[in-house]
Write a protein that binds this ligand. Structure first.
Ligand code: CU
Ligand code: ZN
Length: 209
């Protein structure tokens, strides 16, 4: 399990990184020294900035529990630990979507891909990619998958444009088909077969060890 997770994490970090100077400038302006100070104070008070977590309980269109995705903030982005079960074997698109609402059976309530930077879909798209875009997951024949991936474009830090904690919420979605990493807006990935709202977990107290 650990070996597999490490391999996938490597794969994820090797994907091409699009330059985004305009966005960096923008976020530098909008955060500013005052906001930075608030962030630091919060961090000092709770000591929880590095251990902030969230999770998503995924369900299928017919309400079957298919496991959990646990999100943890790291310096490299948000780590998503997948512990999934009962999914159809094969390759499936896996994204963060822009609305924290999972209404079966179609899960269209979860909205489009989480896209705070107003880009196009897919890491192979010259105008891409969405912050919520991640690599396809491969479910083995037994339908169970344990895997860790990192999305460097999202954060658990509240108040940031790319935070998963938006007023509308966000959700994790798995599709019937695989993402072609290029076709806007959703990579031709087909139906949404599982969905889970990203929910904050209580901050760990005394997390230092
Ligand atoms: Cu999706
Ligand atoms: Zn996308």
């Amino acid at each position: 399990m650990l070996a597999g997770a490490a391999a996938f994490a490597n794969e994820a970090t090797q994907r091409p990184i699009a330059p985004k100077p305009a966005i960096d400038n923008e976020s530098a302006t909008s955060t500013g020294p005052a906001r930075d100070k608030i962030a630091q104070n919060t961090k000092a008070r709770s000591g929880a900035a590095a251990t902030a977590t969230a999770n998503a309980e995924l369900k299928t269109a017919d309400g079957k529990d298919v496991g959990t995705v646990t999100l943890t903030q790291t310096r490299a982005g948000v780590r998503l630990a997948l512990a999934l079960k009962g999914l159809p074997p094969g390759e499936h698109a896996f994204h963060v979507h822009a609305v924290g609402k999972c209404e079966p059976p179609a899960f269209t309530s979860a909205g489009p891909h989480f896209n705070p930077e107003k880009k196009k879909h897919g890491k192979l798209n010259a105008e891409g990619h969405h912050a919520g875009d991640m690599d396809n997951i491969r479910v083995p024949a037994n339908g169970n998958l344990t895997l860790t991936v990192v999305d460097k474009d999202i954060t658990l830090e509240k108040g940031k444009p790319n935070s998963v904690f938006q007023e509308s919420g966000t959700a994790v979605v798995i599709h019937a088909g695989k993402d072609d990493y290029m076709t806007d807006p959703a990579g031709n990935a087909g139906d949404r077969i599982a969905c889970g709202v990203i929910t904050e977990r209580a901050a760990k107290t005394g997390a230092a060890r």
